[in-house]
Design a protein around this ligand. Structure first.
Ligand SMILES: Nc1nc2c(ncn2[C@@H]2O[C@H](COP(=O)(O)OP(=O)(O)OP(=O)(O)O)[C@@H](O)[C@H]2O)c(=O)[nH]1
Ligand SMILES: [Mg+2]
Length: 423
């Protein structure tokens, strides 16, 4: 069975902290600052590969982690950069941020590589703070934290033509007829449990990929039967061939409408794809009359097909070719509004965008930017404290604390940074 969905956690590396040190040796008693920068944390990338075809391995690797950057050292030695992690996935995999459903990457071409979790930057060592004004910098920067979040991997097959229809409509039999696929066919419903692909070669040398999708039933778009996981595969196709059996088992008009309803309910523009209506199993007695009635009632001219007697398939394939030459590439469900560049929102975060809450007697500052900036300051030195104060001033925290009624000695917390308020 094809495993086509997996949930995993990604973690990019933390940046290494910058170092504070001063050169000392037997010749130089006082040689100036020489603390090196911390190394950047590694990032997590995803890479599309053609020789892979399942997401199965991800069932067992819940945390995909890049390496942390190392701390800076004395003698201007920079910390080692953390190694990136490059995760290889089958071509056609979509990476979705589980937190908000955004598509982070659509790896629809072999060799495509996408950044999914960016490593934290290394902190600056004290040597980098040296200037004519500041000759003895006792300050360094903490490394930026990496990211950690859960993502959904979805593998959507890439095929040009999708075969849809009720169970036992004859989809797999048709696929075997027009390609060298060896799909299982059977006289019971749901014989196809995962999609089969076949390549059809036409006489003019053109070829395209046909996907035989599992049978759909009423309620499939709500997850009934084999459900939405298979409608998802249909999203990758550009033309649908809709098979309706004329064997008298089901009312053909009703059978047709059930499938149309499910395609519409799914919402991935499936219903907008060009559709070729095929009347299958035309060799069965009474099929011609049923087809005539079906065509009349729906106002269509369906293509007749008998996979047993080989009739009609050439015209159907010709029509596929004609429609494929015109059909656009459809965006994936949810992709249009949601696909975005790498976290652009966070670039615009403002320092004074935070809320101040009183929690168990302490004043706690909640804001993404101010928390991140504060976390990068090494408060163990006096200069670090000066930096923190300047940050608080920029964020107008003092005013807000005063307005909130803070008193001398009250505790204030920003993330993991804690200090005491002084009036
Ligand atoms: N008489 C006749 N029987 C057919 C024809 N095509 C398929 N069948 C039979 O119909 C049954 C179902 O065919 P499949 O191709 O497995 O149907 P399917 O649409 O793939 O079914 P699911 O995978 O369950 O959705 C099988 O017993 C086939 O042998 C045809 O053209 N004529
Ligand atoms: Mg089948």
């Amino acid at each position: 069975m094809l495993i086509d969905r997996a949930v995993v956690e990604v973690r990019s590396g933390n940046g290494g902290d910058g170092h504070i040190s001063f050169l000392h040796d037997k010749n130089t008693e006082w040689g100036g600052p020489d603390g090196g920068n911390g190394g950047d944390g590694g990032s997590v990338y995803f890479l599309a590969k053609n020789n892979l075809n399942t997401l199965f391995p991800f069932r067992h690797s819940p945390l995909l982690s890049a390496e942390d950057g190392e701390k800076g050292m004395k003698k201007l030695m920079a910390g080692k950069r953390g190694d990136d992690l490059v995760v290889e996935v089958p071509t056609g995999t979509v990476v979705i941020d589980e937190r908000d459903g955004h598509v982070l990457a659509d790896l629809d071409e072999p060799g495509k590589k996408a950044l999914v979790a960016k490593g934290g930057r290394g902190g600056r060592g004290n040597a980098s703070y040296k200037s004519s004004r500041r000759r003895i910098p006792r300050i360094a920067q903490n490394g930026e934290k990496g990211e950690r979040f859960r993502i959904i991997l979805e593998l959507k097959m890439i095929a040009d033509v999708g075969l849809v229809g009720l169970p036992s409509a004859g989809k797999s039999t048709f696929l075997n007829l027009v390609s060298r696929a060896n799909a299982l066919t059977a006289d019971y419903p749901f014989s196809t449990l995962s999609p089969n692909l076949g390549v059809t070669y036409l006489e003019d040398g053109n070829s395209f990929v046909v996907a035989d999708l599992p049978g759909l039933i009423e309620g499939a778009s709500q997850g009934k039967g084999l459900g939405t996981s298979f409608l998802r595969h249909a999203e990758r196709t550009r033309v649908l061939v809709h098979l309706v059996a004329m064997d008298g088992m089901n009312d053909p008009v009703k059978a047709y409408k059930v499938i149309r309803k499910e395609l519409e309910a799914y919402g991935g523009h499936l219903e907008e794809r060009p559709e070729i209506v095929v009347a299958s199993k035309m060799d069965i007695e009474g099929a011609a009359e049923r087809k005539a009635e079906f065509d009349k009632e729906l106002g269509v001219e369906s293509f007749p097909l008998s996979s047993y007697e080989r009739g009609g398939e050439v015209a159907i394939l010709k029509k596929c070719e004609e429609l494929l030459s015109k059909a656009p590439k459809f965006p994936l469900k949810g992709e249009e509004e949601k696909i975005r560049a790498y976290h652009p929102l966070e670039e615009n975060l403002r320092l004074d965008d935070y809320v101040l809450l009183k929690e168990k007697g302490a004043y706690v500052v909640h804001g993404k930017k101010i928390e991140e900036d504060a976390a990068r300051i090494q408060t163990k030195t006096e200069e670090g404290m000066m930096r923190l104060l300047s940050l608080l001033r920029k964020a107008r925290l003092e005013e807000k604390l005063k307005a909130a009624g803070a008193k001398d000695g009250d505790e204030v917390r920003i993330g993991e940074v804690t200090f005491v308020y002084e009036e």
